[in-house]
Design a protein around this ligand. Sequence first.
Ligand code: GLC
Length: 553
Amino acid sequence: MTQELTTSLQAGPARSPEGTGWWRDAVIYQVYVRSFADSDGDGVGDLRGARERLPHLARLGVDAVWLTPFYASPQADGGYDVADYRAVDPLFGTLQDADDLVRTAHELGLRVIVDVVPNHTSDRHPWFLDALADRPRGAARERYHFRPGRGTGGELPPNDWESVFGGPAWTRTTGPDGTPGEWYLHLFAPEQPDLNWDCPEVREEFDSVLRFWLDLGVDGFRIDVAHGMVKAPGLPDIGRTEQAKLIGSQVLPFFDQDGVHEIHRGWRRLLDSYPGMRIGVAEAWAPSAERLALYVRPDELHQAFNFQFLKCPWDAAAMREVIDESLAATASVGAPTTWVLSNHDVVRHTTRYAEDGAGQGLRRARAAALLTLALPGSAYLYQGEELGLPEVVDLPDEARQDPAFFRTSADGQDGQDGQEGRRDGCRVPLPWSRSGPSYGFGPGGSWLPQPDGWADASVEAQTGDPESTLELYRAALALRRELPGLGDGPMSWLPAPAGVLALSRPGLVCTLNTLGEEVRLPLPGRALLSSAPLAYDAGTVRIPAESCAWWAI
Ligand code: GLC
């Protein structure tokens, strides 16, 4: 245990008292385990490394951590291909390490959410191996979606569905004698066969998996592809290509089917049967804020990631619209809204916002952080955003490991900035110190190369520098704990010039200038915090371009 860890053990408990629903305004920090901290020098982050760095998170001022999958897995998709849901992959440590991490986090006042991956298993999961060994329509195949192919010899996929990672969503099996057989469905990589949630055994197994981790003490689950488990009866064709572009804008026969809600209701009952307010958060790509709100009805999950906010461009009117829609939709079911700017699947927002160079990206990212933390509800932070880290856009192809990269880049399906669908660039291991073989990530190297200049972005370099992004986040999170008007609660808009948002929370005003030039406003109150230096003239304040400030009133 590090010195820092021992001293921080006295840190207070998370802010919301029991009884009010801690998740309703929690700030939850996403730890992408393989890139957070490496304890053994193999270049891959692990649970011990994460545990040793928990004091950074306690000091940052977050309420909870979400750990991405650390389960036994062949790592075909960064661990989102699970071969044993109750075991820790040796790459990441042992079950004891998981137990130690949860205990230490609790001692530090941090709650712990773990990922659960129920839409698909690994193709090395014993169930799938049994299924492959079984005959067509055999019982072991019932747990997945096996179908005969179309065409005279069954040589065509059973339907026209496409994998989210590109290419067909079906792969044909080969019998022991080498003859081609049935096809199986995988909405993601071929190494991730989709489970059949109509099979009662699948449901029972996941209840048992959830209980396993709840018994170990976790505070909840981030539910991977929570919108995908149920497929439309008969697996109907979609009738068009480039289906990935429809995700999040339309109900598809494989995404956001109404049947998923019954599964989530069952899980809610299971979560509620445990003491201590365990939560479920849905990774659900739903076509509208209204459909997303269905996942957080009172008898379903506690939270759902608000990807509409994440996808919103840097534009005051668009931001205001998304904020209003998100708040209205969640209010209609009595749930808190979540706000998220980045995660391990998308281009980091510092880079997304940079239309005019890195300086602009960081300026906007700092402002967006203050806006996000001033909005009502809960916020998710992705590791490294507190350091203002950009996407690493120039990783050599040989270093890349993301299956999405290999399945989409061949046909040139790049996004608008050339990085979409290339998820390694946001997964580069964190810099903790100015020096060391991997800037303090671990005693060895790093599974993805860290860029030159990572030293200046490190936690060590930013600590104590009042202008650093790390200190901005620390100050914002400290204020969020102190000021009762932040977090869950009412919000209203104040009049503001075009391009500026001014929102009012009890005792506080937040002003965001999205414009490329400074704006002058009547002094809203006493400045608490700002993402860029403010200047005052006779009762007015000049808010710099692309900046955000908090005011006490
Ligand atoms: C989710 C995860 C992503 C993964 C996919 C398949 O979208 O966030 O990383 O590739 O599910 O499990």
